[in-house]
Design a protein around this ligand. Structure first.
Ligand code: ADP
Ligand code: ASP
Ligand code: MG
Length: 598
């Protein structure tokens, strides 16, 4: 008998009628011959209300008590849903995280799952009961109640589906499925029939609130098909599976509205600096994004990165500590910023995607504060006042509202044999790493990639006005140059500084195109480095787990390798180094992550 996991979000169990409707779905699935586990969130705005209640008592609620409080929201839901199922004539049993045996670490309010015991759930299922499990919560090894972070019921659901080897995990929510962007912000957004694990992992990590990004880590690691569906209708929803829809170059756009920028100005330019910054942030479990490093005046460097606004105060403390250890530099920050990103696995093989995004922003008059790219995403930092304009411009710029041709039927598509040979090998490796994990949410690092044939182009002293990046990358796209990693930052003097990598064979063409484009701004300085190498660590959950960057940059620092550029994403952290250091850096990363060189 196959096992089905169904998860109902807060809005989908907000009222007695909705609870009965959710129960009706579970009962129907059971009667169709499945064993059914239902995961439920707190009703409606219950979690927000509980947080508000705590704040009325104290500004600094102890995290342990916060978890004790917040877990009650889900406990209420499971009891009510179990009653509803029984009223509809099937047997049901509600269980808290502790009763199931969801064991987490002790990081209150953002705990990670270590293990889940399936015994109690299986006994109940074998006895013909529908198991109603509380989402979002677990218990640590000292029996303290923990919670997984806002939106964490998705993670409970996919994790249960993984350990129970469920046929599918259905996520019932208040929209038709996964859209090209948040339909509440961009009404033209289109529902996507099928999306790959990598694309939705990036989208959710970059702000698409529809799925908790950690739930997708579980889905990808343990190969769980996830179906995101409306709770209020029979809509088909969106299938999240290993492969998305091949037609799309850009799958979707996401907005992280409340971001802040932290800059360390005039710090030393030597190996170990990045390592120290990543270590200081990892000590506090603060995930950073959009890391940009520029070489400044007098051999000093500037490093900027973004964090969620909520984490700014702690980040500034950590950054100050880093500057003290380095012995020079100052910490500055910017607030009221937002990050707009586009994501799509198809970008890897198409030129001009970045140019198209920057052109859309330029025509909407949006100034870009920072840019970073990875293989399957491009992010820009903009003023928060322009965030929604920027998101809409990008969505329209890529015609994301338009139906894609010839959509394949829903189903988990397997890679076809020829084109995805290396993809299959990669999956094998990932599976092997997953099978050796000590704890379920441990990070997976499955591979290090090494590209010795790149060059770097840098443009300094550009005017900080809309349209600069658009012009530079349009010129490169017209010249047919496949630009790889792009970073842009604004310097202390208010000038914008763009660096990017290109294949070495395209360097001369790129220099020519870039020089012509830059001629329209006086004072722009063009430089290049012909011999650089790019190293990428591949895996799952790499950015938000903070430990990977820390380990990677410490290893490079210990090997005396100076890091020139960084690009972070959930599935890949890349760094650009001198070509002379490439080989050594590759070997050192392979050893650091316990991988064998071929
Ligand atoms: P639930 O309570 O069911 O977990 P959430 O509020 O967490 O629901 O997630 C659903 C919401 O996510 C939608 O109402 C929508 O506004 C928002 N959202 C953000 N990005 C997307 C997207 N790309 N596709 C669909 N919904 C999105
Ligand atoms: N109730 C929790 C929250 O609002 C968990 C969830 O809904 O997924 O964050
Ligand atoms: Mg949610």
């Amino acid at each position: 008998m196959s096992i089905l996991v169904q998860k109902f979000g807060g809005t989908s169990v907000a009222t007695p009628a909705k609870i009965l409707a959710a129960a009706g779905r579970a009962v129907a699935a059971k009667r169709a011959g499945n064993q059914v586990v239902v995961v439920v969130s707190a009703r409606g705005h219950k979690t927000d209300e509980l947080i508000e209640l705590a704040r009325e008592i104290t500004d600094t609620p102890p995290a342990r008590e916060m978890d004790m409080l917040l877990s009650t929201g889900e406990q209420e839901s499971v009891a009510l849903l179990a009653m509803a199922v029984q009223k509809l004539g099937e047997q049901a049993i509600s269980m808290t995280g502790a009763q199931i045996g969801i064991v987490t670490d002790s990081t209150h309010t953002k705990a990670r799952i270590r293990s889940i015991s399936t015994e109690r759930m299986r006994q109940a299922l074998e006895a013909g009961k529908i198991v109603i499990a509380a989402g979002f919560q677990g218990i640590d090894d000292q029996f303290n109640i923990t919670t997984l972070g806002r939106g964490g019921s998705d993670t409970t659901a996919v994790a249960l589906a993984a350990v129970l080897k469920a046929a599918v995990c259905e996520i019932y929510t208040d929209v038709e499925g996964v859209f090209t962007t948040d339909p509440r912000l961009v009404p033209e957004a289109r529902k996507i029939p099928r999306v790959s694990y990598d694309d939705i992992l990036e989208l959710s990590s970059l702000g698409a609130g529809v799925m908790h990004s950690r739930s997708i880590e579980f889905a990808k690691k343990y190969r769980v098909p996830v179906l995101v569906r409306p709770a209020y209708s029979d809509g088909e929803g969106t299938l999240i599976a290993p492969y998305g829809d091949d037609e799309d170059v850009v799958t979707g756009a996401a907005l992280a509205k409340s971001e802040a920028r932290v800059s360390l100005w005039d710090i030393p330019d030597r190996p170990g600096v990045m390592s120290l910054i990543f270590t200081k942030m990892a000590e506090r479990k603060i995930p950073i994004d959009m890391v940009v490093q520029n070489v400044g005046a007098h051999g000093l460097a500037n490093v900027s990165f973004t964090v969620e606004q909520d984490e700014l105060a702690e980040t500034l403390t950590a950054a100050q500590q880093a500057v003290e250890v380095l012995g020079s530099g100052t910490v500055q920050h910017g607030t009221n910023l937002s990050k707009v990103s586009v994501v799509g696995s198809g970008m890897q093989t198409h030129t001009g995607v970045a140019a198209q995004m920057f052109a859309a922003l330029a025509s909407a008059g949006v100034n870009i504060g920072m840019i970073t790219t990875s293989d399957i995403k491009i992010s820009v930092l903009v003023d928060r006042a322009q965030a929604e304009t920027a998101l809409q411009a990008v969505h329209a710029g890529f015609d994301l509202h338009r139906e894609q041709p010839a959509l394949p039927a829903l189903g988990v598509q397997q890679p076809d044999d020829e084109s995805d040979e290396s993809e299959k090998a990669r999956e094998e490796r990932a599976r092997d790493v997953v099978s050796r994990l000590a704890s379920m949410e441990d990070i997976v690092v499955s591979q290090v990639e090494f590209d010795n044939d790149q060059s770097l182009v840098a443009l300094r002293g550009l005017a900080d006005v809309p349209g600069v990046a658009a012009a530079v990358f349009a010129a490169n796209a017209r010249a047919g140059v496949m630009v790889d990693v792009i970073v842009q930052n604004v310097s202390q003097s208010g000038h914008s500084h763009i660096s990017f990598t290109v294949p070495r064979e395209a360097l001369d063409k790129s220099i020519e195109a870039t020089r012509t484009a830059a001629a329209q701004w006086s004072g722009a300085e063009l430089s290049h480095e012909r011999d650089i190498a790019k190293l990428s660590v591949l895996g799952i959950g790499l950015r938000t787990h903070t430990g990977v960057g820390e380990k990677m940059f410490r290893a490079l620092a210990d090997a005396g390798v100076n890091v020139k550029m960084i690009s972070t994403s959930e599935v890949r952290i890349s760094t650009v180094v001198d070509r002379a250091h490439g080989e050594a850096a590759y070997k050192c990363l392979m050893a650091t992550f316990g991988l064998k060189t071929k």
